[in-house]
Design a protein around this ligand. Structure first.
Ligand SMILES: Nc1ncnc2c1ncn2[C@@H]1O[C@H](COP(=O)(O)OP(=O)(O)OP(=O)(O)O)[C@@H](O)[C@H]1O
Length: 309
């Protein structure tokens, strides 16, 4: 399928007892490539990612083949997976509070993932501060001494990204990493992920987000990948009825019910053949306006709540 350097997934299946939850999933991600994984709730996105990480829940098993830089990820002993996780591949989840230790300073948590993989303590501490800086956290030395509850949600998510990047993995997996963040914080976090990811598998429900971050997309439905290809192709000429439905729904649904209400007249979600009337003033300008022409093929379908003024 591809290059030994990247991720290659071939015929991945996931089951719980007799129930097949993920079937015959095959795809590849080359070094530096950013691939989105979209699909409705329950379509198998998280189980696909967790199979690669070796983190499936008890009673759920994976079959098939997946290799990262030539190393097998499926069906290998937990001791080997432990060495790979956090070193060759790592994952950022939606809710950093559950992943961070509330009793440990964040710098120590970033350093720990390096000492666990063999780095000396002093070197790990120094590099932790560098990593906090790399994910654009302000005053990283001071911030390294903070506890998770002293940070904002966006800052905690950046700490998670620093932890994920600490051992320079070959692949970063993000599962809805920005869903809990407000829209401006989300945008900055997405830009950062796109910039720092060595190779990326990005799981989301949000088509505009996937279009802003990724070059290619895989669409899952009922445990299978039903469509895949470059974003522009899939979003302008969907071949599968489910993808068509997903795109239609995204045009009708104002993006992110979590959006803060912005005062002023709010346009209906809709289609602006002459181009986005909000241009760069739109809070979603980069995430949505840029990508929406690809969704509709003509003009902009604008689905965010934004004052017309
Ligand atoms: N531990 C488990 N035992 C049995 N079935 C499970 C288990 N975990 C998940 N499933 C089922 O597997 C299917 C795929 O779940 P998965 O979490 O991968 O979906 P998803 O596409 O990531 O959904 P969401 O977007 O809601 O996170 C679902 O039908 C889910 O109910």
């Amino acid at each position: 399928m591809l290059t030994v350097d990247g991720l290659t997934v071939d015929g991945l299946g996931v089951r719980a007892g007799d129930t097949e939850l993920v079937r015959e999933v095959s795809f590849s991600i080359g070094p530096g490539e950013r691939v989105g994984l979209i699909g409705e709730s329950g379509s198998g996105k998280s189980l696909t990612a967790l199979s690669l990480m070796g983190l499936l829940p008890e009673g759920v098993t994976a079959t098939g083949r997946a290799t990262l830089a030539g190393r097998d990820l499926i069906g290998v002993p937990e001791s080997r997976l432990k060495r790979l996780r956090g070193r060759d591949l790592s994952m950022v989840f939606q809710e950093p509070m559950t992943a961070l230790n509330p009793l440990m300073r964040v710098g120590a948590q970033v350093a720990e993932v390096m000492t666990l993989h063999g780095r000396g303590r002093r070197e790990a501490r120094a590099r932790a501060v560098e990593l906090l800086e790399r994910v654009r956290l302000p005053e990283p030395e001071q911030l390294a001494r903070a506890y998770p509850h002293q940070l904002s949600g966006g800052q905690r998510q950046r700490v998670m990204l620093a932890i994920a990047l600490a051992n320079e993995p070959a692949l970063l997996i993000c599962d809805e990493p920005t869903t809990a963040l407000d829209v401006t914080v989300q945008k900055r976090m997405l830009d950062l992920i796109a910039e720092v990811a060595p190779a990326l598998l990005f799981i989301t429900h949000d088509l505009a987000v996937v279009a802003a971050v990724c070059e290619r997309v895989l669409v899952m439905y009922g445990g299978r990948v039903v469509e895949s290809g470059p974003i522009r192709e899939v979003f302008t000429r969907p071949r599968h009825r489910y993808t068509e439905g997903l795109l239609a729904a995204s045009r009708l649904t104002p993006r992110g019910t979590r959006l803060p209400t912005i005062s002023g007249s709010v346009p209906a979600a809709g289609h602006f053949p002459g181009g986005c009337v909000f241009g760069n003033r739109c809070p979603h300008a980069d995430a949505l306006c840029e990508t929406v022409p690809a969704l509709t093929g003509e003009g902009h379908a604008h689905a965010c709540r934004h004052p017309a003024g």
